[in-house]
Design a protein around this ligand. Structure first.
Ligand code: SAM
Length: 222
């Protein structure tokens, strides 16, 4: 599939898929969206609970450019009391030519960007003293979680492009792989998604969204 580079409203770059008219991140600011949804509403919220320490298992749907993984690795570096295992799935691996387009981005410069991309698929790779990465080339439809997780970054393409990944079975699958107190976050605020998360037993909050989106969702397992 053809992939183009797109500069978004905050000057950070993302990938655009012309055949699907879909982006990997918001056109209104790729980095702003990732920091707002996944870092602030997800990671920082989870870490603030009970002065978090110890193992932190993160699951991300869609490695893509590695932006969420890089932002998480950079933040975790300042929390030596945490040991993060970051498991991410991705069926369509970017080529070195494609991910190289992001090498000079501010977020990539602050993180072990190349190590994240060059890490072998299917193996747990230590990226730093307290951040390990497990990249799995698979789809969410067939993914079997090796362990329960503390935090889910649900970063699928939108419901228009991949409606199946926003159906009740997918959100129930997310709930099933979460430990008690685990947090799920996504940029998507669709009513049917919120209701499916509730039906899966999660407590759902509607939060202010990143630029261009009125709301986003955060769901917690009690
Ligand atoms: C919105 S982008 C994620 C962007 C990524 N988190 C980043 O920081 O660049 C959606 C990702 O989901 C991946 N994807 C597509 N179909 C999938 C599926 N069935 N299961 C899991 N991931 C899928 C895409 O290849 C793409 O990388």
């Amino acid at each position: 599939m053809k992939v183009e580079i797109l500069t978004t409203a905050d000057s950070s770059k993302t990938l655009h898929l012309p055949e699907l008219n879909e982006q990997y991140h918001s056109k209104h600011g790729a980095l702003t969206e990732a920091e707002h949804v996944y870092v602030k509403a997800g990671l920082q919220h989870r870490l603030a609970a009970n002065a978090y320490s110890g193992d932190l298992n993160v699951f991300e749907l869609g490695f893509g450019t590695g932006m969420n993984a890089a932002l998480t690795a950079a933040l975790v570096a300042g929390h030596p009391q945490i040991k993060c295992l970051y498991t991410v799935i991705e069926p369509i691996i970017l080529s070195p030519e494609q991910y190289d387009l992001f090498r000079e981005e501010t977020w990539a410069l602050k993180a072990p960007f190349i190590a994240l991309h060059e890490a072998r698929w299917g193996e747990v790779v230590a990226i730093s003293d307290n951040f390990s990465l497990l990249k799995l080339q698979t789809t969410f439809e067939v993914f079997e979680a090796p362990d329960l997780v503390d935090l889910v970054y649900y970063d699928a393409f939108g419901p228009r492009v991949h409606p199946q990944l926003w159906e009740p079975w997918a959100l129930q699958k997310c709930a099933d792989l979460m430990k008690p107190k685990a947090v799920w976050v996504s940029y998507c605020a669709k009513g049917s998604v919120r209701r499916s998360l509730q039906e899966a037993g999660l407590v759902v909050e509607r939060l202010a969204g990143p630029p261009g989106k009125r709301e986003m969702l955060r769901a917690c397992k009690t």
